[in-house]
Ligand binder design. Structure first.
Ligand code: S3P
Length: 434
């Protein structure tokens, strides 16, 4: 893994940029937008509710918003594909409009719990008809004017926080969120950037977010920084593949997202931050990552929210580290695009890793810097269960294995990182010519 690459735009920020631009009055311009299927699902739904959204060229988009409160009744069901973020954020948006909408998705999304958003949004006045287990398909009717709430997040979830804030935008009065454990704060940063009256304080170690509703949003020109969750696969690949020296440009370094870097450094990983700067109101740096002898570690569960999407990649690093890595407090991983504890345990075992699954984590005994065996000649491929991050993590495991790793389905990668394979080929072929 050598040379320089740039990862595509941040998925969380791309969703939010489209949503806030769709609520501003006038034209916003977005550059560096992630053009993955999840973000396209958000764009499609916003168009169905009246926003004008146009792609100008690679990553360059223009949005004409309808104004806060201006969303229209969508004509058909909103197909969210694989995207939990689209579903939960847009449910928040619909909740305080006098419109109804039906949300549908693929088989992975249709298994994921939605009660965490339907409960607070019901308290604001929205009405839901749900499938068993509070899953999709879900029909909902928003209420306008909705009722402002004060809500203490029972799970550390930026999606739930954002859904309530989005509902609060078109709600009279002050919507208040109490966040006992901080989660990614892109929604708050962007609300402020679009001119919304939002106030964030800390009381008794908890974050309190107050949003004054029924405000206007002013259109913006914004640049989306590179996605640290996509960079994660290249960081781990460069750390474990011998001879690597890879620079990954323009990586978002918001400290609600950088837990993986903290943990990998504590394992002995050489990750150097160059050229720290600000892009689109977010801290960004170029990361120089060099092959390193990794040691196992016990991961502090308090770091989980800041690396919640990065555990599959960390499990791969742990599989080839020296000694034991213990993770715990990761129940949330069971309700991501797949059950990432059991699916990663099964996939890594196929690749020859020494993994034990516990109710809330994985315990992994690493190879001590030796490559994994990889998929046996007569073995079955790893099963990705429509989960992009499983596919990419196991591709990285394959790079440092004797047989290579077989994966049943790489199509889900397009949900978050459509250029993953070309970039991986670029980084590895730069290595062979260096
Ligand atoms: C996201 C929040 C996280 C994360 C997801 C994106 C967001 O989900 O796993 O990939 O953009 O708000 P949770 O809110 O369920 O933790």
């Amino acid at each position: 893994m050598r040379g320089e690459i740039c990862v595509p735009g941040d998925k969380s920020i791309s969703h939010r940029a489209l949503i806030f631009a769709a609520l501003a009055i006038g034209e916003s311009r977005i550059s560096g937008m992630l053009e993955g299927e999840d973000v396209l699902a958000t764009a499609g739904a916003l168009r169905a509710m009246g926003a004008t959204i146009e792609r100008q060229s690679d990553g360059e988009w223009r949005v004409h918003g309808v104004g806060v409160g201006g969303l229209l009744q969508p004509a058909g069901a909103l197909d969210m594909g694989n995207s939990g973020t689209s579903t939960r954020l847009l449910m928040g948006l619909v909740a305080s409009h006098g419109i109804s909408a039906t949300f549908i998705g693929d088989s992975s999304l249709s298994r994921r719990p939605m009660e965490r958003v339907t409960a607070p949004l019901s308290a604001m006045g929205a009405d839901f008809t749900v499938s068993p287990g509070t899953t999709l398909p879900i029909m909902m009717r928003g209420l306008c004017p909705a009722v402002p709430i004060r809500y203490r997040l029972p799970v550390a979830s930026a999606q739930v926080k954002s859904a309530i804030l989005l509902a609060g935008l078109n709600t009279p009065g002050v919507t208040t969120i109490v966040e006992p454990v901080p989660t990614r704060d892109h929604t708050e940063r962007m609300l402020r950037g679009f001119g919304a009256p939002i106030e964030i304080t800390e009381e008794n170690g908890e974050r309190i977010i107050r949003l004054q509703g029924e405000c206007d949003l002013a259109p913006q020109s914004l640049e989306v920084p590179g996605d640290p969750s996509s960079a994660a696969f290249f960081i781990v690949a460069a750390l474990i593949v011998a001879g690597s020296d890879l620079t990954i440009g323009n990586v978002g370094m918001n400290d609600t997202r950088t837990g993986l870097i903290t943990v990998l450094r504590s394992m002995g990983g050489s990750i150097e931050e160059l050229n720290r700067r600000e892009v689109g109101g977010e801290p960004v740096a170029d990361l120089r990552v060099r092959h390193s002898a990794l040691r196992g570690t016990s991961v502090d569960p308090a770091l989980a929210p800041s690396m919640i999407d990065e555990f599959p990649a960390l499990f791969v690093a742990a599989s080839v580290a020296q000694g034991r890595t213990i993770t715990s407090g990761l129940e949330e991983l069971r309700v991501k695009e797949s059950d990432r504890l059991s699916v990663m345990a099964a996939a890594l075992k196929i690749a020859g890793a020494d993994v034990a699954e516990t109710p809330d984590g994985l315990t992994i005994d690493g190879t001590g810097g030796e490559p994994l065996r990889g998929t046996p000649a007569d073995g079955e491929p790893c099963v990705t269960h429509l989960d992009h991050r499983i596919a990419m993590s196991m591709a990285v495991a394959g790079l440092f294995s004797r047989n290579g790793v077989a994966i049943d389905d790489t199509r889900p990668i397009a949900t978050s990182f459509p250029t993953f394979m070309p970039l991986l080929n670029q980084a590895t072929s730069q290595g062979s010519t260096a």
